[in-house]
Each structure stands twice: as structure tokens, then as C-alpha cells.
Design a protein around this ligand. Sequence first.
Ligand code: UD1
Ligand code: MG
Length: 465
Amino acid sequence: MSTVAVILAAGLGTRMKSRLPKVLHPILGDPSLLWVLRALPANLAGAVVVIHHGKEQVLAALAAWQVAGLLPCPVTTVDQGEPLGTGHAVQVCIPELDRLGTTRVVILCGDVPLTEPTTVARLCGAEALLLAMDLPTPGSYGRVLQHADGRLAGVVEAKDASPDQLKVSRVNGGAYALPWPALREALLGLRNDNAQREYYLTDAVAAVGAELAVAVVCCDPEELAGMNSRQDQAALQAAAQRRIQQHWMTEGVTFLHPDSTLVGPRVQLEQDVLLEPGVRLEGAVRIGRDCRIGQGSVIVDSVLGEDVVVRPYCVIERTMAGSGCRIGPFARLREGTELAESVHVGNFVETKKAKLHRGAKANHLAYLGDTEIGEGTNIGAGVITCNYDGVHKHRTTIGRKVFVGSDSQLVAPVTIGDGALIGAGSTITQDVPADALALSRTAQSNREGSATRFRSRQKDRTGVD
Ligand code: UD1
Ligand code: MG
């Protein structure tokens, strides 16, 4: 048995009014098509994505997801050419499905992101099944017609339906499981003599239903809701958010203000995590026990250990932070930041490709890029690693228990030995040996009484005291 998924994603998505193909529009940070692919079970022989409009963008996205290991099974694509309907979309897959030795196909739409993996698994395990939903206002959906015993009798598109058929509230969700030989046969006989002059997949499904029993299974309409407009996108995002938050609340996570908090589908939260209002967690994020994430903070593709406090308004991307770290407020941790345990990174500190060992501190106003900072080292306020000479990036290596005085510039490449002390305001252009004191600033001169004389001259000139 070789089950292959076909994902329909060639449509233009006119109502989105966008240059981005519809299936790449995000729901909580992950594109709709990625939601669909990630819901597939790992034991599928493969998935074939039917593309056309915006295909370069879709191909680039698929390649990136492949590299990131986000795809559960092998994925190939077929270009539909000018889309002539959902039936045509599957017709163009015939050679690819034959090549894959397909015995059964599962068909899903790339713009229906919230179908639960359990529902998709049920579809993948079924012989012949159509997913339907009961809607009080069935609108433009295809109406599902059933025999007395519940088997599928046909699907009529709203535009082709009689007034009586339009009253049917059970509608087609556009997701199917069917034996490939039977569907293949039916696809070859499709015609487009209907209201939309399209090759309807639903006609092929009905033709299969005439030969063998196709079950109709109803599920939660939220799972089959499609994204056709920005309104749909907002509604889907709200639905996904509610679902994800309910899950994490059950697992012991506190949301101080759920309505303003966004947690993506690939986020993992441990017990007693607390999320303050306005937090956004996107991509692959893992947050350990007892962490508190401050108001307005954004965390993307990052891992935090246990008991990390992120104070309000931090932006953290592609960062690893060990347990007990204290971050922010207003810190910006960029790609390749690694904080070991109990590191403190305070307000207005930016880090990039910076590895801070255990207990290191940079509490105020600093730029730390392309650098390694040893255990227990203290970086003073206003310290800058000058890592860029206009052409190349260079590294700054700072040893253990170093004290870098405030407002110092470390001009890379440069190495500071363990236990060194750098006087405030120094511009360090040469390596500093271990336990040395480095100072580079002009000597101070004090002129006694000069301030008083200066002020009295000012008063004589302006008359103001
Ligand atoms: C389709 C069903 C309808 C069902 C509804 C559920 C048909 C004829 N009708 O209607 O019964 O209630 O889905 O949402 O199938 N696509 C292609 N190539 C094409 C046409 C469409 O890839 O040539 C893709 C679209 O990008 C989309 C999906 O197929 O992802 C569904 O197409 P859409 O036009 O939205 O289907 P509907 O007409 O709404
Ligand atoms: Mg249509």
C-alpha cells in the first residue's frame, strides 16, 4: 500500500490581493502550506504539491523547509500550467503519481491550514472518504449529496446547484482519500461542461462514488476553513491561536493576556512558563520551566533553558540561552548568540554571534558581535566590539574574569587575556595579556579656578548670572 498526498496549491488567490502566493501567507508565522505539510503522517510514500502561480516563491519555500527538516515525508512538485480547475490540478499529477507507485491518494488544499494531524491521519488510513462539514450558511461550498446509507452520491458546486440542492447544509471540505486506480480512471473522463467551465475534482470523486462506497465524515468546520481573503487569514489566525493557547494552558503555562499573545505552532513551552501581554513566539522556539517572558518581547527560532527571565521589550532571534539568564529590558539578541548559564544581558545591549560563558554580564548599552566572552567577565556600559573594518568581520576574544571598563572600544581582531582590566574609555587595538591593566586615553589635566573665571566672563558679557 503506497499512499501519496496531493496538495492543491496552484490557485492565484485573487482575493488576497497580494504578490505573495496565497499558500505562503502565514498563520502565526508559519505559511499555510507548511501547516498542511506538517500535518501529514511520516509514513506517507510522498507528497506532491501542485503549483503554478508564484511557483518560484513556493519552490524556494519548499527548499528552505526541506533544509530545515520541517517536511515529514518526501515532497515533489508538479506545475499545473494555467489552472483549469481542481480536477485538472490532479490530472496533471498522473505521471508523478504513477511514478511513485501510488495505490491510494489523499487530496488536501494548501490553503486549508488548520486540519488536525489526527484528522489527516484518519484520512490517510481510509479506503475512500470525503471530509464534510455542516454549515448553517453553506454559501459557495459544494453541496454533498448522500445515499440513504450515508455513502457519497455526488457533490454539486453551488454555482451549478438547483434551489433544492442549495438548501443542503452538508458541504464538501475539499479533502479526500481515494484508491488511485479508480480516481485515475475517473479523472481521464472529466469534462468541463459546467457553470465555471472548470474540470471539477468533485465530478471525479462522484464518479468513484458510483463504483465503490465513499464514506462521508463530518468534522469541525474550523478544521476545513480555507484562507481566501485577509479576513479569512485573520479568522484562521485567531482560531489557531485559541487552540494553541488552550493546549499550553492545559500543560501549565500562564498567559497574562491571551488576546495579545501569539504563540506559533512549532513553539514548545514547559510547565510554569509565564507569558506577559503582547509576547510573540515564532518558528522553532523552546522555553524551559519557570521562564518569564516580559511584555512586548519577540522570540524567534530560539531556545531558553529553565528559569530565564526576559524582561519587557526584548527581541531574541536564533539564540540559545542557558538556565538562570537575565535578559533585558530592551535587549536585542541576534543570530548566533549563545548565553551559558546565569548570564546577564541588560538594557540596550545588542549581541550577534556572541558566546558569553557562565555568569558573564553585559548590563547596559553595548554591542557585542563576533565575540567570545569568558566566565564571570564584566562588560561595562557602552562597550563596543568594533568587529567590522568596512570589508571584513573580525573576532574579539575576551578571557575569564576580565573587567572591561565603560565606554571602551575593542577593535577586532583582538584578544584580552584572563583577569585583565581595561580602564574606562579605552580604545583597545592590541592584545592585552592576562592580568594586565590596559589603559588608552589622554591624561587628564585640571586647571584650578578656571571654571569660576569662565563663568564670570560669561556674566560680564550677557548680564545673566
Ligand atoms: C472546492 C470544491 C468544493 C468545496 C471547496 C472546499 C471543486 C470543484 N469544488 O471549491 O466542492 O466545497 O473546494 O473548499 O473542487 N486549485 C488548483 N488548481 C486549480 C484550481 C484550484 O491548484 O486549477 C487549488 C486552489 O489553489 C485551492 C484549492 O485547489 O488551494 C481549491 O480550489 P478553489 O478554487 O478554492 O475551490 P472551490 O471552487 O472553492
Ligand atoms: Mg474555485
